[in-house]
Design a protein. Structure first.
Length: 143
């Protein structure tokens, strides 16, 4: 005989799952922002190249283009990772307050690209968000 929980048990389970997913979104978002700080090493190297710190007497200096290249690429990666991490944290907040269903769903799909933690979190978030009872909590699909 199959067990079908009553409405109150399912609602409590949905609330617990959404709260747990929210916490993990905060963690993954924070990890993304933290990892986005590592390219600052490359920015520092690029600045050192431009300032002449790698110039040696009797040897050709590194071209300034290479310094600008390092700064540009690293800066782009920093901005992208900080933006992504911030959006994941916002998604976690929206899961906790049960607002903006489609924002949370799209972010869960994008998170699947971040291997391994984002993939696991994204898949579990999609599974929970596809439940009809969770859609009802967000007010999706109700006239």
């Amino acid at each position: 005989m199959a067990y079908y929980p009553d409405e109150s048990t399912r609602t409590d389970t949905d609330a617990q799952h959404l709260q747990l997913l929210s916490v993990f979104h905060y963690i993954v978002g924070g990890m993304s922002i933290f990892c986005g700080c590592f390219p600052f090493i490359h920015v520092g190297i690029g600045i050192a190249i431009l300032s002449g710190a790698f110039d040696r007497p009797g040897q050709p200096a590194p071209p300034p283009f290479f310094g600008w290249f390092l700064i540009g690429i690293a800066g782009g990666i920093i901005v992208a990772m900080w933006t992504y991490g911030t959006l994941v944290i916002i998604s976690g907040r929206k899961l906790a307050t049960q607002r903006n269903y489609w924002f949370c769903f799209v972010m869960a799909c994008i998170e699947c690209l971040e291997v391994p933690f984002g993939t696991v979190l994204g898949v579990f978030t999609i599974i929970v968000l596809l439940r009809p009872s969770v859609k009802g909590r967000f007010g999706v699909g109700t006239p």
